[in-house]
Design a binder for this molecule. Structure first.
Ligand code: PEP
Ligand code: MG
Length: 295
């Protein structure tokens, strides 16, 4: 039946007119995947690693991080697992790294590059986990290509360190969240990103100038949805044929799917609880976002 369309084929679906679609899951808690059947998803489209790092002490715990990433890769059995580097700051504070600059300030890759000792631990854990599956590393809150160059330099240096220590490792693909409007508008300048993933939660907050942790402003962010879709549609034309997905909450809203399909998106990553409804909605639509005949 249409309802379990996503479940029957490892998250590989087709629109009503036969265009292939991937449906992956977002993982917020690395422990929750134990109760999820990997056969229901194309992979993990977003693993929010701040949930693997619950304290300042954890930021220095390479082995704890390595075990968690390895478990996610083994769970996926060779399907892509997209682990996002720490997005600390803004709506995701960590005790001991307090900073009152908020959503517009020191968070995500900005904080990682300002505190490279934290980035280096995570990079080593990721490099060591990579041989256990199909790892893709996602960088949060990227604004400029130079930030990716800086993080790639850290990957290269830590690779050198692991080589000298004869520790098994592999360099994963490195891509970026598209969640800062300046990056979305300039997507064609990110030669150093191997894949893109749209973060509509942050895009909406920045486009509507409405903080996402201020619940009274949620109506502003909701009303900005057409602006978010327009920006995504423009950015899709700048993606240079690289793999693109969407992992923000908009992907889990069935009413947004026609516009996202029309923009050209073919890979959706949603919370596990939303996967069946989104799967059944996608197979009832044509790839141009129109509703299938007779539906
Ligand atoms: C987003 O911003 O849409 C996103 C997926 O990341 P997060 O919600 O973790 O900031
Ligand atoms: Mg975000």
């Amino acid at each position: 039946s249409r309802t379990d369309a996503a479940a029957i084929n490892h998250g590989k679906l087709q629109t009503s007119d036969g265009v292939p679609i991937l449906l992956s899951i977002n993982v917020n808690d690395p422990w929750e995947i134990a109760s999820i059947d990997a056969a229901t998803a194309a992979g993990i489209g977003l693993l929010r690693s701040e949930f693997a790092v619950r304290s300042l002490a954890d930021t220095a715990n390479e082995d704890k991080q390595f075990q968690i990433y390895r478990r996610a890769l083994e769970w996926a059995g060779g399907k892509p697992v997209t682990i996002r580097m720490l997005d600390i700051g803004g709506d995701k504070p960590l005790a001991g790294l307090e900073d009152d600059s908020g959503a517009m300030g020191m968070r995500g890759i900005r904080l990682l590059l300002a505190r490279p000792e934290i980035a280096r631990v995570q990079v080593r854990a990721l490099l060591r986990a990579a041989p256990f599956g199909n790892l893709r590393v996602l960088l949060p809150m990227v604004t400029f290509p130079s930030e990716i160059d800086d993080m790639r330099r850290i990957f290269a240096e830590e690779t050198g360190l692991l080589l000298r220590r004869k520790i098994a490792h592999r360099l994963p693909q490195i891509g970026m969240m598209v969640e800062v409007p300046a990056a979305a508008l300039m997507l064609d300048t990110f030669d150093n990103a191997e894949f893109f993933s749209f973060g509509t939660n942050d895009l909406a907050q920045y486009l509507a100038a409405s903080a996402r942790d201020g619940s009274d402003l949620s109506a502003y962010r909701d009303k900005a949805a057409p602006a978010v879709v327009r920006l995504i549609t423009q950015a899709m034309t700048l993606a240079a044929g690289k793999p693109v997905s969407i992992c923000g909450d908009m992907a889990g809203d069935p009413s947004a799917l026609p516009a996202l399909l029309a923009a050209g998106l073919r890979h959706f990553s949603v919370a596990p609880a939303q996967r069946p409804a989104i799967g059944s909605a996608l197979v009832g639509l044509n790839a141009d976002g129109t509703r299938a005949a007779g539906d």
